[in-house]
Design a protein around this ligand. Structure first.
Ligand code: FES
Length: 163
């Protein structure tokens, strides 16, 4: 036979239950709100801001990078992307935008100011200023971001498509 609980015990228990409910009601949405941007899947295609055009020097590759998040069930994968903006003149439309992913096995190439080439550290490939293959195993030139625009605030955006 169970013993009747005292008024004090009942109030203690009820307070604990109500307190727990209040914490859950307030806490769960708050935590979800705070971490939501990090968990959200990136769109399959999107305009990506890569920097202020006026801050990119003419004739010298300006590096940029961005991250995309893919969701597969409970698994979330963040992928880094990047490239180089080369302003060919003062004309804001006169741009060459190269993808920094090597066309051999997808390592990231780096611009060498001394040698005026893009170097791939994985298998010593070299790409010229236009992204053309100069040396090494890559089967084709560096890919290009061909769709871009400049916002009213002067920010260069590239069009990214997953694939
Ligand atoms: S990944 Fe760049 S040369 Fe192999």
């Amino acid at each position: 036979m169970s013993e009747p609980i005292s008024r004090r015990e009942f109030i203690k228990g009820a307070t604990a239950v109500i307190g727990g409910l209040i914490t859950a009601v307030i806490g769960i949405p708050t935590v979800a709100y705070l971490i939501d941007p990090a968990l959200k899947e990136s769109a399959k295609e999107d305009w990506i801001p890569v920097g202020k055009l006026e801050e990119m020097p003419v004739g010298k590759p300006a590096p940029f990078s961005f991250t995309r998040v893919q969701v597969n069930g409970w698994e979330r994968t963040a992928t880094s992307h990047g490239g180089f903006v080369i302003r060919k003149s003062e004309d804001p439309k006169d741009l060459l935008i190269l993808n920094s992913r090597c066309t051999h096995l997808a390592c990231t190439v780096n611009w060498s100011e001394n040698d005026q080439v893009y170097l791939c550290p994985c298998h010593d490939a070299k790409f010229g200023k236009q992204g053309e293959v100069l040396d090494g195993p890559p089967p084709r030139p560096l890919d290009r971001f061909t769709d871009f625009r400049v916002t009213d605030e002067g920010v260069l955006e590239i069009f990214y498509r997953e694939g």
